[in-house]
Design a binder for this molecule. Structure first.
Ligand SMILES: C[S@@+](CC[C@H](N)C(=O)[O-])C[C@H]1O[C@@H](n2cnc3c(N)ncnc32)[C@H](O)[C@@H]1O
Length: 312
């Protein structure tokens, strides 16, 4: 049982027991097409298989984590406290992308992160750049307000500085453990439909898409600049239907509004209550319905032994 390295919106640590309860007694490879913080994957520690996310910065992070953990840790150790003065030795930017003055090292790092090219196919260009990119992502994730990753519509990371008395952005042991867990995993940066070609009969797929909003105001779909709309939800239903036809086991979490869609399609669906701390606004936190849908029949499930929830 390894702890996730990044805190990510929609992290599934509260649902681990319910997800494991639906695991088939036996399966071949394990796949996660919507990886995010990978809470289930790291807890499970599968030997191989695939993980995937459309966010290119997140995927770069996990590839660097898997292939260059020591360089990542070394780079993180060169970073300063978030509330220190900006580093004059760095390629210095004294205002952020909105033209505001930068008073703290955190905002200097955020501006450096945001000035890098974003997902243009050529990025990131060199091994040096890739490690710097990954180190900045982890540093910002560990020192920003509420520890969440959020982008504005231009793909810029826009979370302000957090208030921590002693933030740890290096986490060498956790980085190395997560790196070992990913060693034989194929890390993809595609749309989730890659799974139709990647998953073979007997495999298990856990899918955790950006949730369809419960109401017009609760925008749970804002994970990256692209969003994930109703058409994507429909494509997702068609994808798991195809997996089912191919003899692949799937378990999928989603918001309560998707209950009927999966029920009507003939899958096993149950509602779960979960406290979501996705929003920094306290009033917007609270219970929302979630569903878990699966094609694994009850008689084919096996008690998964690792369902313990460690603190993040
Ligand atoms: C709910 S989060 C996953 C959270 C994860 N289970 C965890 O424990 O942290 C959904 C993820 O799907 C990714 N995503 C959005 N659209 C996608 C698509 N079309 N295909 C694959 N991944 C996508 C987002 O970037 C985001 O990281």
């Amino acid at each position: 049982m390894v702890k996730p390295v990044l805190k990510w919106a929609g992290g599934k640590r509260q649902l681990l027991d319910e997800i494991y309860a639906r695991f088939p007694a036996e399966y071949e490879q394990y796949h996660e097409p919507f990886f995010g913080g990978g809470a289930v994957f790291f807890d499970l520690e599968p030997d191989d298989g695939t993980v995937n996310d459309t966010n290119p910065r997140l995927v770069n992070f996990y590839r660097v984590l898997r292939d260059h953990p020591d360089e990542l840790v070394s780079r993180l150790r060169t970073f300063d406290d978030p509330d220190a003065d900006p580093d004059p030795a760095q390629d210095f930017v004294d205002e952020n992308w909105k033209g505001k003055d930068i008073g703290e090292y955190f905002y200097q790092q955020r501006a450096r992160f945001n000035r890098r090219a974003y997902g243009d196919g050529e990025w990131p260009q060199t091994a040096h750049d890739r490690i710097e990119e990954a180190a900045l992502l982890l540093y910002l994730n560990r020192t920003c307000y509420n520890g969440l990753y959020r982008e504005n519509s231009n793909g810029g990371f826009n979370v302000p500085i957090g208030r921590y008395s002693d933030p740890d952005w290096v986490m060498a042991d956790r980085v190395r453990a997560a790196s070992r867990t990913l060693a034989d995993t194929d890390i993809r940066n595609e749309d989730f439909e890659y799974i139709l070609e990647a998953a073979q009969t007997g495999d298990l797929v856990y899918l955790d898409p950006p949730y369809q909003p419960m109401s017009a105001t609760a925008n749970f779909a804002e994970y990256s600049a692209d969003g994930f709309g109703r058409e994507d939800q429909q494509r997702l239903l068609e994808t798991v239907t195809q997996l089912d036809n191919d003899g692949v086991s799937f378990i999928l979490s989603n918001s309560g509004v998707m209950y009927e869609l999966y029920d009507d399609a003939g899958f096993l669906v149950e509602k779960e209550g979960a406290t979501r701390s996705i929003n920094s606004d306290e009033t917007a936190r609270g219970e929302v319905d979630e569903i878990i849908a699966t094609n694994v029949p009850e008689e084919e499930r096996g008690a998964h032994g690792q369902a313990s929830i460690a603190d993040f």
